[in-house]
Ligand binder design. Structure first.
Ligand SMILES: Cc1cc2nc3c(=O)[nH]c(=O)nc-3n(C[C@H](O)[C@H](O)[C@H](O)COP(=O)(O)OP(=O)(O)OC[C@H]3O[C@@H](n4cnc5c(N)ncnc54)[C@H](O)[C@@H]3O)c2cc1C
Length: 506
């Protein structure tokens, strides 16, 4: 016991400081670390400061952690000094972007980390001469889309929620335009990133290419990206927005309809974005999406053969929208603009994901099991304070840009060969230990109703109940071994750590 205590104390005893009473260890570590930050003039927020509570709140209120310190850098030097001090004093570091991680991993996923809040790095500039969007590491998707459109009518593929930040492209980044243009991670041309030694490094294919590869898919384990350079495309103004609702189906009819959608999806052209959503009562679902750069007549020609095989929709909408209005529609918002600093929306939920490969399409049997779970367990959950939804997004099929095999080696993103990505999500109306465990059990049961051996999961829908090993296998698949080699090279002491971060190779 005494020996274990001495080993634990060794790093502190080696510091040029006076003896530390055991009960003051935490305070001592904080004051020495904070002294170090102060020497670098880093703007810091301590637990005793009035803004600490607001700044340390997770978006997902189910998971609360108390950082040792929060820094609010305004310069690259501030970030560099923070990472250097953290390395020196053995404090773990996490960047906070939009704060929308499902597992609150920007707060470290445990108490006692230093959180580098990137909200002051929110610039979005379209560079006419390079065609790149230069985007700060603390920007949010809605502001990026609106600013690029206003500056140059340009676009990047990305997800729906305007307040999501730059964790999104660091770990993947799917949106309804992704079959056409790729994931947001695929648009990263280069980055400027502070690595574990505190150095600012440029990473591009011809310079620190291995670091770029690692950041593109597992960014939070490798550094703090201060600036992304994204390739852009012209914003499409002719997008067919469609939605068909099917209600009152039996389990067998819903499963059969899904299989027909899957058969159609396997050869669908990349311009088609498609998702199946269900909630509440179970077997009613909505088939919706967007068809890029086409006319409504072309959409009808493409979709009619599928519709003719499905049950009669209870309602439908098909209309044309421009790029910004399409994003607004999928965001379910009235505007894309969100506060650049001081964002404070919160919710409470448990979610997880299931990723299927193109080589293993869903079977009628697995979809019957899935819809049976929705029909038998869904209504009770919704009535007992756990409103839920499932969105099944089409990633692959046809000539989808996501599954382009030429992209396999260009990023560490783990699931190039995806057909469907299920997001299974329950809001917790009133958080108690009972409602919490009911939500976890309900969502886990949904997952189990359809999961087969070999199915994966999507790291941007991080499930904090997965063990470190499970998360590595499910999120990164065949990319994981190389990621561990990269971690050994770029962050062997795991300065950037959270419960599901990449381990360095032995
Ligand atoms: C309402 C909502 C809607 C969503 N919609 C979609 C969707 O349509 N498609 C989709 O693919 N995903 C979606 N997501 C998931 C989202 O992509 C992830 O939660 C994403 O990781 C959040 O990024 P963030 O910066 O907002 O979160 P944070 O919690 O700030 O960060 C998430 C992770 O990224 C790291 N990170 C953040 N910024 C940086 C940086 N500059 N440098 C290095 N690491 C950084 C953090 O340390 C943390 O590990 C949605 C999430 C929510 C809550």
């Amino acid at each position: 016991m005494l020996r274990a205590t001495l080993v634990a104390l060794l790093p502190l005893l080696l510091q040029p400081v006076s003896a530390v009473p055991l009960e003051n260890l935490h305070t001592r570590q904080q004051s020495t670390f904070v002294d170090c930050l102060s020497k670098g003039n880093v703007p810091i927020v301590l637990a005793s400061d009035t803004s600490f509570n607001q700044l340390s709140q997770p978006y997902n209120q189910r998971l609360k952690y108390t950082p040792l310190t929060i820094t609010l850098p305004t310069t690259i030097d501030h970030i560099s000094a923070t990472v250097k001090c953290a390395g020196q004093y053995g404090v773990r570091v996490n960047a906070r972007g939009g704060g929308h991680s499902y597992s609150a991993q920007a707060l470290g996923g445990e108490n006692g980390h230093v959180v580098v809040d990137m909200q002051n790095f929110h610039d979005v500039v379209y560079n006419q001469s390079t065609g790149y969007a230069e985007v700060g590491g603390g920007a949010r998707l809605g502001n990026i889309a609106q600013k690029l459109y206003d500056q140059a009518k340009r676009a990047i593929p990305h997800g729906t929620c305007p307040a999501v930040g730059m964790g999104h492209p660091s770990l993947g980044g799917f949106g309804i335009s992704s079959r056409n243009w790729g994931l947001m991670v695929d648009s990263i041309a280069k980055v400027e990133v502070i690595t574990a030694d505190g150095a600012l490094r440029l990473a591009k294919p011809s310079w620190n290419g291995d670091l770029l590869w690692a950041v593109k898919g597992a960014g939070p384990s490798f550094g703090i990206v201060t600036k992304f350079y994204f390739s852009t495309v012209p914003a499409t103004e002719t997008i067919v927005n469609y939605s068909y609702s099917f209600s009152g189906l039996s389990v067998d009819n819903a499963a059969d309809a899904f299989l027909k959608i899957q058969t159609f999806a396997q050869t669908a052209p990349k311009e088609l974005g498609l998702g199946v959503s269900l909630w509440g009562s179970g077997t009613s679902f909505e088939l919706s999406g967007a068809y890029y750069g086409k006319t409504q007549a072309e959409f009808n020609t493409l979709f009619q053969p599928l519709l003719s095989q499905l049950p009669q929709p209870s309602s439908s909408t098909v209309n044309m929208k421009g790029w910004i209005d399409t994003l607004i529609r999928f965001a379910g918002a009235s505007t894309l603009s969100v506060p650049e600093t001081g964002y404070s929306e919160r919710t409470t939920f448990f979610a997880k994901s299931l990723v299927t490969s193109q080589s293993s399409p869903l079977t009628l049997e697995s979809m019957k099991s899935f819809f049976n779970y929705a029909a038998t367990k869904g209504p009770d959950a919704a009535n007992q304070g756990l409103p839920w939804f499932v969105i099944i997004n089409l990633y692959g099929g046809g000539d989808s840009a996501i599954t382009n095999s030429a992209l396999l080696d260009q990023s560490s993103y783990g699931h190039r060969d995806t057909l469907w990505n299920f997001q299974l999500y329950a809001t917790i109306n009133s958080l108690t230990p009972t409602s919490n465990s009911s939500a976890v059990d309900f969502v886990n049961g949904f997952d189990q109703s359809v999961r087969r051996t070999g199915d994966g999961a999507y790291v941007n829908y991080a499930d904090p109940t997965l063990s470190r090993d499970e998360s590595h296998t499910l999120y990164y698949g065949g990319q994981y071994t190389k990621l561990t080699e990269m971690k050994k090279k770029w962050d062997p002491k795991q300065v950037f750590w959270y419960p599901q971060s990449i381990d360095p190779a032995a």
